[in-house]
Design a protein around this ligand. Structure first.
Ligand code: PRX
Length: 638
């Protein structure tokens, strides 16, 4: 087990140094000792960040599901692989063993094949957090189909954009979903989305809420009867290490989301290795990540990373507030959770409720706590540490991205001393660099800059689906020979990193990555809107909330601003989803612009944060007079 499981700080430094000095030897050893390959690689790594092109374990053949399922059957067949906790606490939890998972994945894989899906075909999965979601992901991987999971909170327009971009042949969905006290008509959303998706031939529908839904003949099929008829034996497709495993969309600086493409071998090795170390997972532990599989956190640390380690991974269908705000803690007690991984926005929302609901439950099983998705503020960190971890379970503040595939900067629990709000040290194999505005690397400690990564790691995304140029422009053009993350960071006196937030036009709201451009595009769809600009401002639960500055078309008519606000948010809900709704909308006559016509968001951000003392030099603006009128207008924002 050399190098696979790090147990103390000295060992971390030793292994880290090795992973930097001899990255190829290091990853080769990890890959060789801990995974099942049908054929070994010819070359561990080839890379060129100028193209950019990165290949790990080239020439190797494998199937990730053999690593996540088959190889555990002999020793862990009766161990729970997926522990499903339903939305309704009165509905029984399901313990799906590795053996059962194997049967269900194989059957599902055969259904996909019988429906004409083969290697390389794209399959869109739009499901709530029910076992079928994890199973359909694995079934795609089994036959080499590329899954594209779309978070089931996205709207029909967002869904159809994603389906069309990667030309999915099939959509897997359910009749509906439970979300707290509500039910959601998922199939209705799919029907709407599929009005304009010529690539989709088949829709498989899982039954979850037993509602009466429309089934389009020839296109829509109930899943269960097909599963009943399918064989539970499905040979794993032979995949090359660099064959795509999945596409996952993330927001960008234009209206079109970026379909990040992750490949098979490197992704498997890195997510499994990080899972083992970052959560210090031991054989009989019960691990729970509260994310949705619709996000990268769920892909890497609910499905692939845990299962590749033969772990028990919990899938929770519901929300933290149902039936009350004690639900997370009730689940921790009920299933004796050992590792708990959640987002700062959830911690802040739960902290707001006080500690009474926490104290009702026995949380003594917890060993490690995790945080992901956005910077965790000091207050939330302490609340989590004091009330949930009882000051004895280390918090791993894990920094990473959809694009990075796996955790990049993080403490290792019981190894790295933690520091509130710091993601601390780079994980094994990760070489961060802080860059100044002139493109120079800033060396030494007690410095801050733009966060880049200088050397490839196995789980990095390889391209943007259908648009390699955009991949290059977005991540590899800002700084020569480096991957640019889009985040700012500081490095303290001992070399710990603290992520300070995005330095581009992406805003993290409740841990969700939202590009300003797609939201502005949606707002501008309103017939009364001439132009808009969206910025973020601090929010005590969501981390950031959205502030929209909107210029109305001059029609000579007066309009009811409150109605307009509702209509604008309705359009955003339809185009993107409710997560992108604006908290405040200010109608204004103009927006501050540079002489080249670019909106000066820096000024708008400051005004939205009510920080107008130092707006910098506004005299070079095309329209400096507009700034004061916007400041005066803030009192009318709502
Ligand atoms: O800004 C960083 C923030 O989330 C961004 C990535 O978002 P996404 O691709 O949706 O992936 C989220 C889950 C991995 C990053 O560029 N972010 C993520 N984790 C942290 C964070 N910011 C600060 N601290 C973190 N631990």
């Amino acid at each position: 087990m050399s190098n696979y499981h790090i147990k103390h700080l000295e060992e971390y430094y030793q292994v880290y140094r090795k992973s930097i000095r001899e990255p190829e030897n290091f990853w080769e050893e990890v890959a060789e000792e801990h995974f099942m390959w049908q054929k070994k690689w010819e070359k561990v790594l080839s890379w060129d960040f100028t193209k950019p092109e990165v290949k790990w374990f080239e020439g190797a053949q494998l199937n990730i599901t053999e690593n996540c399922i088959d190889r555990h059957l002999a020793t862990r067949g009766n161990k729970t692989a997926i522990l499903f906790e339903p939305n309704d606490p009165n509905e029984e939890a399901q313990h799906i063993t590795y053996k059962e998972l194997s049967e269900r994945v194989n059957k599902f894989a055969n259904v996909l094949k019988n429906q004409g899906i083969g290697k390389g075909d794209r399959v869109c999965i739009y499901l709530p957090m029910i076992p079928e979601l994890a199973i359909s992901v694995l079934a795609c991987a089994r036959i080499g189909a590329i899954h594209s999971v779309v978070f089931a909170g996205f709207s029909s327009t967002a869904l159809s954009t994603r389906i069309n971009d990667s030309e999915c042949k099939m959509v897997i969905t359910s009749d509906g979903s439970f979300r707290g006290a509500k039910t959601i008509d998922l199939k209705g959303i799919v029907d709407e989305a599929l009005k304009d998706t010529p690539c989709v031939q088949t829709v498989l529908v899982a039954k979850r809420i037993d509602s009466i839904i429309h089934m389009e003949s020839d296109r829509d099929k109930w899943l269960q009867p097909l599963l009943d008829d399918a064989s539970s034996d499905c040979k794993a497709e032979v995949m090359n290490a660099e064959d795509p495993l999945f596409i996952l969309y993330t927001s960008g600086s234009t209206g079109m989301p970026k379909g990040m493409v992750h490949t098979t071998g490197g992704y498997m090795v890195y997510t499994a290795y990080t899972f083992k170390n970052v959560f210090q997972y031991r054989e009989d532990d019960i691990y729970w990540c509260t994310a949705d599989i619709g996000w990268i956190t769920g892909h890497s640390y609910i499905v692939y990373g845990p299962l590749a380690n033969g772990a028990t991974t919990v899938m929770f269908e519901g929300v933290p507030s149902y039936p009350d705000f004690g639900r997370f803690w009730e689940i921790v007690e009920k299933h004796k959770i050992n590792q708990f991984y959640t987002a700062p926005t959830a911690i802040r929302a739960l902290a707001k409720q006080g500690s009474e609901l926490v104290e009702k439950y026995d949380l003594s099983s917890l060993k490690t706590l995790g945080s992901v998705g956005e910077p965790i503020n000091e207050e939330a960190w302490h609340w989590y540490n004091d009330n949930i971890g009882k000051k004895k379970s280390p918090i791993v503040d894990t920094w990473w991205q959809t694009e990075t595939g796996g955790i990049m900067i993080t403490p290792i629990p019981f190894v790295t001393p933690t520091k509130p709000t710091y993601a601390t040290l780079p994980f094994i194999g990760i070489q961060p660099a802080l860059m100044d505005e002139n493109g120079q690397e800033i060396r030494g400690n007690q410095v801050d800059g733009r966060l880049c990564i200088k050397f490839p790691w196995p789980s990095m995304a390889r391209t943007i689906w259908g648009n390699h140029q955009r991949y290059r422009d977005t991540y590899f053009s800002a700084f020569e020979n480096k991957y640019f993350t889009g985040d700012g960071a500081l490095r303290d006196e001992v070399g710990y990193y603290r992520i300070t937030g995005r330095v581009d036009d992406v805003i993290i709201v409740s841990g969700h990555n939202l590009g300003t451009a797609p939201i502005e595009d949606a707002v501008n769809e309103h017939p009364a809107v001439a132009e808009s600009a969206i910025v973020g401002f601090p929010h005590d639960v969501k981390g950031n909330a959205l502030y929209g500055y909107v210029i109305l078309k001059d029609t000579g008519e007066s309009r009811d601003h409150n109605n307009l606000r509702k209509e604008i948010n309705q359009i955003i809900t339809e185009h993107i989803g409710p997560i992108a709704k604006l908290d405040k909308i200010q109608f204004t006559q103009g927006l501050p612009k540079t002489r080249s016509g670019k909106i000066m968001r820096r000024i708008l951000r400051k005004i939205a944060c009510n920080d107008t003392t130092n707006l910098g030099d506004t005299s070079t603006l095309l329209n400096p007079e507009v700034v004061q009128s916007i400041i005066d207008g803030t009192k009318n924002s709502n």
